[in-house]
Design a protein around this ligand. Sequence first.
Ligand SMILES: Cc1ncc(COP(=O)(O)O)c(C=O)c1O
Length: 486
Amino acid sequence: MTMLDRPNRTAVSAPSQEGGVARPDLLTVEQAKAMSIGDITTAFKDHLNPGQLHFMKLLGFHKVKIESAEGMYYTDQNGRKILDFFGGFGSLAFGHNHPRILEARQKFQDEKRHEIAIAFMSQYAAALAKNIAACSPGDLDMVFLGSSGSEAMEAAVKLAERAAGPKRPKVVYAENSFHGKTKGVLAITDGQLYRADFKLTDNTVRVPFADIAAVEKAFQSDPEIGVIVLETIQGGGGIIQAPAEYWQQLRALCDRYGVLWVADEVQCGYGRSGRFYAFEHYGVVPDVTALAKSLGAGKAAVGAMIARREVYMKAYGTSKTAMIHAMATFGGMGEACVTAIEGINVLYDDHLIDRAADSGDYLLERLQALKEKYPKIIKDVRGKGLMVGLEFQDFSQTLPMVLRPVVSVLDDKLKGSLSGFIGALLLRDYDVLVAFTEYNRNVIRLEPPLICERAHVDQFIAALDALLGRGIVRIVKDFVGSQIGS
Ligand SMILES: Cc1ncc(COP(=O)(O)O)c(C=O)c1O
């Protein structure tokens, strides 16, 4: 029996021999740290997500137990250092365990500061809101604090809907959008996989991304439209950008038709694109925006909705309306806010936004050279700053006939996509972690921490070059080989 076996469930709430509630069979923190891969797998399967384990096995991720993480690297149970070009889908601007972030948190704990910010005004929440406003252009001054990107986006859409008023309840969103998995924003998230067959609000209008004529047509034909919600750079859609004119025309159209523009910057914001907000590249300011991911500096769960003051006041500006959507229980928690405050300071003190721009340009340049070297494998390279997409050629057109039956026995999700194979082998053979893309399985997402230096880009490119140099047939064979006995 391992330490995770639970032979006697009925005993959980039975009284102990001494009377009172008996302690269930609990793992301690130290036992959790010491769990074997087998124990983790069992607990994951029994209590977290058995279906997801299947994907982890396909990619070989189930063999890795991370023991520690620092800067650009994870360290696994065998002392192997894994270069993190995944970056938690953009949540690790400072890399892992940045010393200044750790120090701020440690000091906060040592001083026994308070956490919950419901009864009294919190100096930490107030300071964080002030900092976020200081980083935001125009009159994007009003901040709602939550603990995830979905929550920030829920707050953004609710605020915009109230400010637009009851006669204009419709919300425009884009094809291939991703705004979160909570029920409200699921209605403007375009993935059928996530929408499944939930009953979602139907006050929505879908338009193609980056198509200004489609937006204008929608605004013209439906006076009930009051809000448009767009990621400035689509992440889950496969790192898709719209040109500067699109954003400028969008701003003008929103002004002309009185529609509020909500910019989702949860993934592309916080310096990742080479500006604090990606929309700053285009010289425009939305009415409402949202941040999360790296806002918590890789150590805390922090999300924020930021609104133009005028729009905020319309929605919640009076004492009667102030509590309609005020901070949630965990919004503005002390240590989370302090972590985020220190993070924003480090972001500017260490010039990480400039670093993102510089390392991002270098990464794109090196990937472009690989695209020229391997035109049959790499289809496209795109992005801004350290938000980069690497799209592979459609596998079904490049794979030799002899290999197709071998691959067809593999999972549906990986068929027709080289990115799963390449991601799995980058980890297995080159100690590099990359991310996949929800809606386009041919795209690998590269969102390394903003502390990424040119030397890290060189390490990544050397690994990718060596792997692609094997050629498609060997890559597929090596991947299939990795599945045997796993
Ligand atoms: C653009 C965008 N919006 C919203 C979200 C939801 O954030 P969270 O997973 O923190 O709820 C994500 C998450 O990936 C995102 O990329």
